[in-house]
Design a protein around this ligand. Structure first.
Ligand code: CU
Length: 171
């Protein structure tokens, strides 16, 4: 019986605390709203599409589907082991009607700009930087609004020739 007052005190403390907390909760109510708005704008990168490539010089995903104008966030990871100077990968999405062979030929001589030739930037929808072994690169962009099939490739010398490419199908 002697314990009862203490129990009562203990029982009351959480109530008091709880009241304080719920008051505190009311004040920053506006903040979560702002936070969720920020989260939304952070996802403007769009739907994430993950690609992996390694020393075999192939994309693990060779076909991507998208709706016209859909925001995409392409993430390319290299799980290769060869040094970056000899083996790096990128993702280059070409505009409609651009010859991948022609683009690739120009890219070979563009080491200074990571094999994305400045003379052909108007032929590209989007491209990533180069990923060396263990590196991840990404790019966010809007898919073309015109339905069709768009080629993406790795423009590191020699990789397109051995089949490092894929298709973005917009429909
Ligand atoms: Cu490559």
């Amino acid at each position: 019986m002697r314990m009862l007052p203490i129990v009562c005190l203990l029982a009351m403390t959480p109530v008091a605390l709880g009241a304080t907390q719920s008051t505190a909760k009311t004040t920053p109510k506006a903040t979560p709203k702002t936070a969720s708005t920020q989260a939304k704008s952070a996802t403007k990168g769009g739907r994430t599409v993950e690609l992996t490539a390694g020393d075999t010089m192939k994309f693990d995903v060779t076909s991507i589907q998208a709706k016209p104008g859909e925001r995409l966030h392409v993430v390319l990871k290299s799980n290769g082991t060869a040094p970056k100077v000899a083996m790096a990968h990128n993702f280059v999405l070409l505009k409609e009607g651009v010859s991948p062979v022609e683009f690739n030929n120009a890219a070979m001589n563009a080491r200074d700009t990571d094999f994305v030739p400045p003379s052909m930037t108007d032929k590209i929808v989007a491209h990533t930087a180069l990923a060396g072994p263990g590196e991840t690169v990404d790019v966010s962009f809007a898919a073309p609004t015109k339905p069709g099939t768009y080629t993406y490739l790795c423009s590191f010398p020699g990789h397109f020739q051995v089949g490092m490419k894929g298709e973005l199908i917009v429909k």
